[in-house]
Design a binder for this molecule. Structure first.
Ligand SMILES: *Cc1c(COP(=O)(O)O)cnc(C)c1O
Length: 405
């Protein structure tokens, strides 16, 4: 008789995991206050401004500018840094599409670096090989919430005269060596899209410690206006990327929960790491550097590597899902294989983007297993169920081998 749920056995778990997004009366009260104040626009109310102040302080950033999305935040970074045609910007190829499209929208050329299989973050050895006289800077992504080694990244960039942007869309509330993510580079972008660790459905935030960058960012996000000038005075060609007071109100309530939720995710992730690192065929992902010990988790990731003989990752995932643990394979291809990249002219001297082969990123696409951050917000029993489900699938893998043959 089959034991595995995927073969008709009874699953480890039938109850759902914690839902996302989460809210309380605090969100309800904050939104109603905005409604009844009639100040729905950020320059008439003070919710967005208050959120910027508190989010910036929490992440050790001097200036914070709320925007309409994480994508917008990265576009604001490029505009503030003056990125334009002829510039090359190095980005990791295992990331969300916005990391690269921000560069493309600025008129510049994205140059894809490989990632490290230890943490799925950008690999500086790969970056070093890609630098040309046209390279202006690099965007690093704290993938899944795992901090890049920011001591190394900043030293590397300084030595070569490059700027650094942190794509911190996965890293809210995380710290590197006790300092907030997003505060290390020249500028940073955060996202508050629905899946992110605090959310208003959509939203983003630009952060910097540089006043000149902040001023350019502000102008770019609000029709080219400048503080101190008449409102109908537009200094650069730009956009409207502002956040609404509704989003500010909700994010203020979400921010109050961030510290506690970040700690809980970390605690549960450590238990998963301990269990998974003891299972043959599976590998944990993430830095063991003590400077990363207060990291955020947007994703809990592990690698199906080398895996179980005769059982594909897909089969393993199906079995785990059937046991009641929602999980996915993550990105199916690195960004250079995306159809939209065919529209983009490759860097000088490089063939078409889709001819690239960056081995670690391709391995990550073949091997990764992702659990979303909300699965880490459960009680002890919830995390134990995840461990039990993984253990059960591994121990009964022979059922999958025969089913696969
Ligand atoms: C979500 C995400 C973004 C974009 O944020 P949106 O708010 O969805 O526009 C950028 N970079 C990374 C790594 C992301 O995961």
């Amino acid at each position: 008789m089959s034991k595995l749920a995927v073969n008709g056995g009874s699953p480890v778990r039938t109850e759902p995991f914690p839902n996302w997004p989460q809210w309380t009366d605090a969100e309800r009260k904050n939104v109603l206050e905005v409604l009844e104040s009639g100040n729905w626009f950020r320059f008439y109310g003070d919710r967005v401004a208050e959120f910027e102040k508190r989010f910036g302080e929490y992440h050790d950033g001097k200036y914070a500018l709320a925007v309409s999305s994480g994508t917008a935040a990265l576009e604001v970074c490029m505009a503030a840094l003056g990125v334009g045609p002829g510039d090359e910007v190095i980005v990791p190829c295992y990331t969300f599409v916005a990391t690269a499209t921000a560069v493309i929208h600025a008129g510049a050329t994205p140059v894809y670096a490989d990632v490290s299989l230890d943490d799925f973050n950008i690999d500086l050895d790969s970056v070093a090989q890609l630098i040309t006289p046209r390279t202006k800077g690099m965007i690093v992504v704290h993938f899944g919430g795992c901090p890049c080694d920011m001591d190394k990244v900043i030293a590397f960039a300084k030595e070569r005269g490059l700027w650094v942007v942190e794509d911190a869309a996965h890293a809210h509330g995380g710290k590197w060596a006790g300092r907030g993510m997003g505060s290390f580079g020249d500028a940073a972008g955060f996202s508050f899209q629905n899946s992110k660790n605090i959310t208003a459905g959509e939203g983003g935030l630009f952060m910097t410690n540089d006043e000149a960058l902040m001023n350019r960012a502000f102008s770019f996000h609000s029709y080219g206006q400048r503080t101190g000038y008449p409102w109908y005075s537009h200094h650069i060609v730009s956009r409207n990327l502002r956040m609404t007071e509704w989003q500010g109100a909700i994010l203020l309530a979400q921010l109050d929960r961030l510290e506690e939720q970040t700690k809980l995710r970390l605690e549960n992730a450590r238990k998963l790491d301990a269990a998974i690192s003891a299972i043959a065929g599976l590998a944990t992902v993430g830095s063991s550097d003590p400077r990363a010990s207060e990291r955020a988790y947007h994703l809990y990731q592990f690698r199906y590597a080398p895996g179980i003989p005769g059982v594909s990752r897909q089969r393993f995932l199906e079995a785990l899902i059937a046991e009641g643990v929602p999980c996915s394979a993550g990105y199916p291809v690195p960004l250079y294989k995306q159809p939209f990249m065919e529209e983009v002219a490759p860097p000088e001297g490089q063939g078409a983007y889709n001819q690239l082969h960056l081995p670690n990123a391709e391995a990550a696409c073949r091997e990764a297993i992702w659990l979303s951050q909300s699965l880490l917000l459960g009680a002890e029993k919830d995390t134990q169920d995840i461990i039990d489900a993984i253990t059960k699938v591994v121990e009964n893998a022979s059922e999958l081998q025969s089913a696969a043959s």
